[in-house]
Write a protein that binds this ligand. Structure first.
Ligand SMILES: [Mn+2]
Length: 401
């Protein structure tokens, strides 16, 4: 990083111009808890309308050019046409998220179900998702399994791992050379006793066995309280096994709140490891190998707040944390660390975190022809009022839609 303040600011802005954050299509549909899903006016009724809403987030932030789909929530007859629709809206289709948890057949699990018929059905769905990727040009297949057990003795823990491995093998073998599988873990829920992919170690072990194109997804809301997530990020990056983030905030468990809302300092610490690990800005590895290729995605639900501004706020929070991470004086940090200067090293990190980067980000947007205040610009645009007036009739998208 250059020495003078203005050179540093220019370098940070140049790096930030390469940032892209993927949006989840489901964030634009209705969502809630097991107690109530609240409907909001103007909510999309089709995958096309979800993509149009996502395009608004990109329009005002400039750094959210892709939308992840969820199959079957975003099922359409013609995925190539959907990809063309996305392109005409100014965005593209990103990760394909599989869903093997919303069918009565999956009561005892999907790919780990004791019944081979159900396992076959689940794997067939995952293979269909790869067909979708072929049509949309997507790189990543994201797998999250709700599989697990609720009671000791309910099923054979190790046998379920065998079934999981068999399923992953079959899907991995189906991927084209440019496609990847990214495996997400979650501590608990909906299973309450064992979860078949509960932690990064389990995901890592399966990915390691599968090969180069299988990588781990870190969903920031999927850990036990107090877990040091940046350690996991550092470890996976070092091993070349970090595939993607699902950013969201949690106060208690899997809360799916806006990224950076609960703990902006944690988000900064994560982004510091990302920058340190060479995953952003992305460049070739030290040995000239291809970049880390980490997909920076949001996975959130906006149960009570309006959805498009909720996504804009989250994107801005990730951008702010990234800007602060880029401001860390790497040379000063390395020097303090090498000298065993505990307080000095900590100060270098805290100086960056405590910097107000909002003026720099406003300047960056103005230079790039964006409104310096994306939240205000969206509110002024009248888009929210327009969709509320126009999207009348039809069934609103939401969980299970
Ligand atoms: Mn997730």
């Amino acid at each position: 990083m250059p020495d003078t303040t203005s050179e540093r600011a220019a370098a940070v802005k140049a790096a930030l111009r390469t940032q892209s954050i993927e949006l989840p299509s489901w964030a634009f549909g209705n969502s809630g808890t097991r107690f109530k899903v609240f409907a909001q006016p103007g909510v999309p009724r089709t995958p096309e309308e979800k993509i149009e809403d996502a395009a608004q987030v990109h329009r005002y932030t400039g750094i959210a050019p892709s939308v992840a789909l969820h199959i079957p929530w975003d099922e359409v007859d013609d995925y190539a046409a959907l990809a063309a629709h996305a392109a005409s809206a100014g965005v593209r289709i990103g990760t394909i998220n599989a869903n093997v948890f919303q069918d009565d057949d999956y009561r005892l699990g999907s790919v780990t179900n004791p019944d081979p018929r159900v396992r076959r059905k689940a794997v067939d769905h995952l293979l269909e998702c790869v067909d979708v990727m072929d049509a949309t040009g997507s790189r990543d297949l994201k797998l999250w399994f709700a599989d697990g057990t609720n009671y000791p003795g309910q099923d054979d823990i190790a046998a379920r791992q065998d079934r999981l491995a068999d399923a992953l093998d079959e899907v991995y073998a189906r991927l084209a050379p440019h496609q990847r599988m990214v495996l997400e873990y979650k501590l608990f829920e909906p299973a309450f006793y064992t979860t078949d992919v509960p932690d990064w170690g389990t995901a890592y072990a399966h990915c390691l066995r599968l090969g180069e194109r299988a990588k781990v997804v870190v969903d920031t809301g999927h850990h036990a309280p107090g877990t040091n997530i940046e350690f996991i990020v550092a470890f996976l990056l070092r091993a070349g096994k970090l595939g993607a983030f699902d950013f969201n905030s949690r106060f208690y468990a899997d809360d799916d709140l806006m990224a950076g809302a609960a703990d902006p300092f944690q988000l900064f610490r994560i982004m510091h490891e990302v920058v340190r690990g060479g995953a952003f800005p992305e460049g070739p590895g030290p040995d000239g190998s291809p970049g880390a290729g980490v997909c920076f995605m949001l996975d959130q639900c906006h149960n009570i707040e309006p959805k498009i501004p909720g996504q804009i706020r989250s994107v801005l929070n990730v951008q702010e944390a990234t800007a602060k991470a880029l401001l860390v004086d790497a040379a000063a940090l390395a020097k303090a660390q090498a000298a065993g200067d505990v307080l000095g090293a900590n100060s270098v990190l805290m100086d960056a975190y405590n910097t107000d980067v909002r003026p720099l980000l406003a300047e960056l947007r103005a230079e790039d022809g964006l409104d310096p205040d994306p939240m205000a610009a969206y509110a002024r645009s009248g888009y929210g009022e327009r969709i509320a007036a126009e999207r009348v009739g039809g069934a609103q998208a939401g969980w299970g839609a």
